[in-house]
Write a protein that binds this ligand. Structure first.
Ligand code: UDP
Length: 473
């Protein structure tokens, strides 16, 4: 209900990718050169509902600086809506994953809330547009802006980051709710082919996975000393007597982790014990509870430690369920038998400084011996690509986009997330075979390097947009 907020986008040079991409880099360079000419005097807008926490914000933070660096005027605005709107859009988000969420309806009253809330944002936003601008609208929260952006003369692309391979009735009715708002969109982007909806023009639907920025504070190389020092600074481990919790900020300047996290544990994480890590928002579909039960029932007091980390729930405006899930995870932790509880660590990471938060996630993922993403539903699962890039053996739920990242038994392990015994068996098997774990990690990194790095995706976007504008309706 307020003016959308502009997010500052730094400028990064695409040349950084040259050593990583080798001969494939020339396609990126060509796309950048063409785009500079093509978008001269035009702006490419992105609209999302939060600037921090979650995959959409992460993807925009990691791609847009390179678009700017390529000399294209790109902008990012974030919606500012009331809590009632975000409660409704979280329901739509859950429903699109096939989950009933808070169990509420998507009827005429909800349509009224949705349209009424977005009307002001649509007016403000479309007044910023020039004809021939390009607008990317991200996720259900922004679909209702399409008509006005189109009326302002922009090319409009709706990017849906959520989906399920076999939509159930709940998912279909969420699609029905949103479909009328998308009539005016020129193109759609989904993370997998299986996510394409009935009733939209498949000829105008692109399938493109998200990607990571290997140079960001979250994914950059970190020395083992810095990893331990960052875990110490967060409060998860002991403070390092020698190394500094240092990292390089997105703008290239030196940074240090100075804030601590809200850590729930019986004792500091010892430096030399094996740890299984899951990093994710505090969202039921990430199934933290299931992992706790898995450890309690099947891994007992001899196995590795478990560390669950996620963003502080006070920071994410568009995820109203986060604090309830975080409270629920803490309560489940308290109820664990003593001998299990002392092996489980919880961390809610501050989001005040996103570079610092990225460095925390980086250190936690690098400290892991095994990374798990036991989601029940997952649009893509950037945390999987992040861990694979760090050469970790990853165990992922056989759901959604996780299946596009991990080739089972080759670059990680896929499990039925409902089968706790299978999850535990995978953890035990990887733990017992260090050489096999190393090979999984190595192939995981190769896979990300060939498919999920930002520069590759940007070249694809440039090509798709050119095609779209060549066949503009
Ligand atoms: N994340 C973060 N800070 C945290 C915890 C998570 O920035 O404290 C990031 C995580 O590294 C990943 C994103 O949030 O980049 C989550 O994206 P994903 O696609 O895994 O799931 P989503 O949240 O979109 O459902």
């Amino acid at each position: 209900m307020a003016r959308p907020k502009f997010v500052q986008i730094p400028s990064h040079s695409l040349e950084r990718f040259e050593p990583l991409l080798g001969k494939d880099f020339s396609a990126v360079q060509k796309a950048a050169k063409k785009s500079r000419r093509r978008y001269d005097g035009r702006a490419i807008w992105h609209v999302s509902s939060t600037l921090r926490g979650g995959g959409v914000a992460e993807m925009l933070r990691s791609l847009l600086p390179y678009v700017r660096g390529a000399g294209v005027d790109t902008r990012w605005v974030v919606l500012r809506e009331r809590a009632e709107f975000f409660a409704l859009t979280k329901r739509i988000h859950n429903n699109l994953h096939g989950d009933p969420g808070d169990g509420g309806e998507l009827g005429p009253a909800e349509r009224q809330i949705y349209e009424h809330s977005l009307a002001t944002s649509a007016r403000h936003f479309s007044s910023l547009l020039q004809p021939r601008d390009v607008v990317f609208l991200h996720d259900p929260q922004t679909a209702g802006l399409a008509a006005q952006a189109k009326a302002a003369g922009a090319t409009v692309v709706w990017r849906c980051h959520i989906g399920t391979d076999q939509p159930n009735e709940v998912a279909l009715s969420a699609q029905d709710f949103l479909r009328p708002y998308l009539r005016d969109a020129d193109a759609f982007v989904f993370s997998r082919r299986q996510y394409l909806w009935q009733g939209i023009d498949h000829g105008r639907a692109w399938t493109m996975t998200p990607s990571i920025d290997p140079f960001s504070p979250k994914n950059q190389e970190l020395e083992a000393g810095a990893v331990e020092a960052i875990l110490g600074a967060i409060g998860l481990g002991a403070r390092s007597p020698v190394a500094a919790p240092a990292f390089t900020r997105a703008d290239g300047t030196p940074g240090r982790v100075e804030r601590s996290a809200e850590v729930i544990q019986e004792e500091p994480l010892p430096p030399d014990v094996p740890v299984v890590v899951q990093v994710s928002r505090w969202d039921r579909l990430k199934d933290h509870r299931g992992l706790l039960t898995c450890f309690e029932r099947h891994l007992g007091d001899q196995g590795p430690r478990l560390l669950l980390a996620g963003p502080s729930t006070t920071a994410i405006a568009d995820d109203p369920e986060g604090s309830a899930v975080w409270a629920d995870v803490r309560s489940a932790w308290r109820k664990l038998p003593d001998r299990i509880r002392r092996r489980v660590h919880l961390a809610s990471l501050p989001m005040d400084d996103l570079d610092e938060n990225g460095a925390m996630v980086n250190a936690i993922q690098r400290r892991a011996n095994i990374v798990v993403q036991k989601s029940i539903a997952e649009g893509f699962g950037l945390t999987v690509a992040e861990a694979m890039w760090k050469g970790k053996p990853v165990i992922g739920g056989r759901v959604g986009g996780i299946q596009d990242q991990i080739i089972d038994g080759v670059s990680g392990v896929l499990v039925d997330p409902a089968d706790l015994e299978a999850v535990a068996a995978a953890i035990i098997a990887i733990g017992a075979d260090p050489a096999g774990a190393g090979a999984l990690g190595e192939r995981a990194r190769e896979r990300v390097s060939g498919r999920f790095l930002g520069a590759i995706r940007l070249a694809e976007y440039a090509e798709k947009l050119t095609e779209l504008e060549g066949t503009a309706r």
